[in-house]
Write a protein that binds this ligand. Structure first.
Ligand code: ATP
Length: 355
């Protein structure tokens, strides 16, 4: 990715609600034109952070800079930013055109200019011109999303903030809208800042992802970096179903575990590593014909099988521990439930993380 200048800089941004620290000393630079997504579990501070950036809440400490200018005290309606809400917050009894023009109307822009801008945005967002007079209640979910975006883009904001706009939408449409939003991001060239619970959603759309936990930004990186190099157990689990083995430093560069008991080959141990978790994603865990086929192996019992669309997931019990393996549907495992199986993985397909 080409290095782009920062549009938004957060310096030690903190929000206190009484004794509760909802957002805790966040430092972040968002590049111009970037699609940046904040993910985290419920209550981790995502909305509070976004509300401060949009000017709907003021920080208790720290600075927010927009293109180098401190905007802590600039009210929401005077910031060159716009928030797109979960509900999309369209006016139900108005037409597509009236919705898009709303912000321009309250800013006193003439009717001709408003209409020209609305039609331009409708073209950009692939809404047919005759939708201008159509009621938004007669639009599909996807069309309504485009109307909400057109309305947000109407007065040419520099940054668009999205507060879980897709969370209430059914799975299939949401998958379509995620891709559409990514296309719109590319077409408009605007900076998008998006919050969601769903890492899957973040992975599809974002240039970079910031993972929040307990008011802190615990990791920032590209989707690939976060997926392949989570920095701790929390981030690796947040990234989807994983196999985790609690390990300590063992002999000869290996790690040792109590459950399942054994010594395992691991990626190079970081200096000072004493204790942590070995992470193996389900797609890297394999059924073996013989122990020598992988650097690490375990004997277990196949005890469940689930069809996940294009993949099949297998659960294998090793003592008290349950391991998850995934294979493509075209390559199912030829075995039966309750059968003893040998499973394994190579060190390079595992990740060693802190606690
Ligand atoms: P969710 O995903 O459920 O929307 P979130 O990550 O967006 O959660 P926030 O809504 O930012 O989390 O809330 C962070 C913490 O701050 C929570 O403990 C919440 O209860 C608290 N909080 C948020 N707003 C206020 C407020 N106005 N007054 C007091 N506490 C608040």
């Amino acid at each position: 990715m080409v290095e782009r200048p920062s549009i938004l800089q957060l310096r030690q941004v903190t929000k206190q609600f009484g004794a509760l620290t909802a957002v805790d000393h966040i430092d972040l630079d968002v590049a111009e034109g970037e699609f940046f997504t904040i993910v985290g579990p419920s209550g981790s501070g995502k909305t509070t952070l976004l509300r401060m950036l949009a000017g709907m809440e003021s920080p208790s400490a720290g600075d927010i800079l927009l293109k180098g200018r401190r905007i802590n005290d600039v009210p929401a309606n005077q910031r060159p930013t716009c928030m797109v809400f979960q509900s999309l917050a369209l006016f139900p009894h108005r037409s597509v055109g009236q919705n898009i023009e709303f912000a321009l109307k309250i800013r006193g822009v003439s009717p001709e200019e408003r209409r020209a801008r609305a039609l331009f945005l409708m073209r950009q967002l692939r809404l047919p011109e005759d939708y201008y007079a159509k009621s938004v209640t007669k639009c599909s979910g996807g069309e309504r999303q485009r109307v909400a975006l057109a309305r947000a883009l109407a007065y040419d904001p520099q940054i668009l903030f999205f507060d879980e706009p897709l969370s209430a939408i059914d799975y299939k449409l949401r998958k379509t809208l995620e891709k559409e939003l990514k296309d719109i991001h590319r077409e408009t060239g605007k900076t998008f800042m998006y919050i969601t619970h769903s890492l899957e959603e973040a992975m599809v759309m974002s240039d970079r992802i910031g993972v929040m936990r307990g008011g802190r930004l615990v990791q920032v990186g590209t989707p690939h970096q976060i997926y392949t190099s989570p920095r701790d157990k929390f981030v690796s689990e947040f990234m989807g179903e994983v196999n985790l083995i609690e390990v300590r430093r063992g002999a000869n560069g290996r790690v040792s575990a109590a459950a399942p008991a054994g010594e395992f080959s691991a990626p190079v141990l970081p200096a000072g590593f004493e204790h942590g978790h070995l992470v193996v994603r389900p797609e890297f865990m394999r059924f073996l014909g013989a122990a020598g086929e992988a650097e690490n192996h375990l004997v277990g019992r196949l005890y469940n099988e689930y069809a996940l669309g294009s993949r099949i997931q297998y659960q294998v019990r090793v003592g008290e521990h349950v391991f998850v393996l995934e294979r493509l549907r075209q390559q199912p495992f030829a075995g039966h439930l309750d059968q003893e199986v040998l499973i394994g993985w190579d060190a390079r397909d595992s990740i060693l993380v802190g606690d």
